[in-house]
Design a protein around this ligand. Structure first.
Ligand code: GLU
Length: 163
């Protein structure tokens, strides 16, 4: 059972996300990661296999100032526990980061469809299809994330939570 945390506000997201992940540690996990939107618009993604304390140590070298972010502790269901399979997972253009709790049952067919459409996958997870589906939804003209998520979710089969 994994954990998801999200934050947006007027203070740095990094320590808030780490504290959130610490509070979720009791649920069990194999890896952890965060994505933080930096003030200049870059989306920074940092993942580590192992403990939240290792992620925290790595993040201490960056000390990101962004005030909006998501975090995840993973319990692998699709793809072995590894840094490459740790969440967040991102779209090809790096503009969309996704953390996900649960299973996308139809991920294999979606993955093939998205690969055929030119998407490159960087992990073995079911989760990664969500980031690419969102990218496709924006390409199809969705005006905002709510509309894109609605379109993408219409393709997903399974029980899940997403940030
Ligand atoms: N199915 C996803 C994965 O294997 C999410 C697992 C979870 O809920 O932590 O990465």
């Amino acid at each position: 059972m994994c954990g998801i945390v999200g934050f947006t506000g007027s203070i740095a997201a990094q320590p808030v996300l780490i504290e959130g992940l610490r509070r979720l540690e009791y649920r069990g996990y194999d890896s952890a990661g965060v994505a933080i939107l930096q003030p200049e618009g870059a989306l920074e993604v940092v993942c580590r296999k192992g403990k939240v304390s290792e992620l925290e140590h790595t993040l201490s070298h960056f000390n990101f100032k962004g005030t909006c972010g998501i975090g995840h502790t993973r319990w692998a269901t699709h793809g072995r526990p590894s840094e490459a399979n740790a969440h967040p997972h991102v779209s090809c253009d790096g503009d969309i980061a996704v953390v996900h709790n649960g299973i996308i049952e139809n991920f294999a067919e979606l993955r093939e469809e998205l690969k055929a459409a030119g998407h490159t996958f960087r992990s073995d997870t079911d989760t990664e299809v969500i980031a690419h589906l969102l990218e496709e939804a924006f390409k199809a003209g969705c005006p905002d994330l709510t509309a894109a998520l609605s379109m993408a979710a219409g393709r997903l089969v399974g029980a899940y939570g997403i940030a």
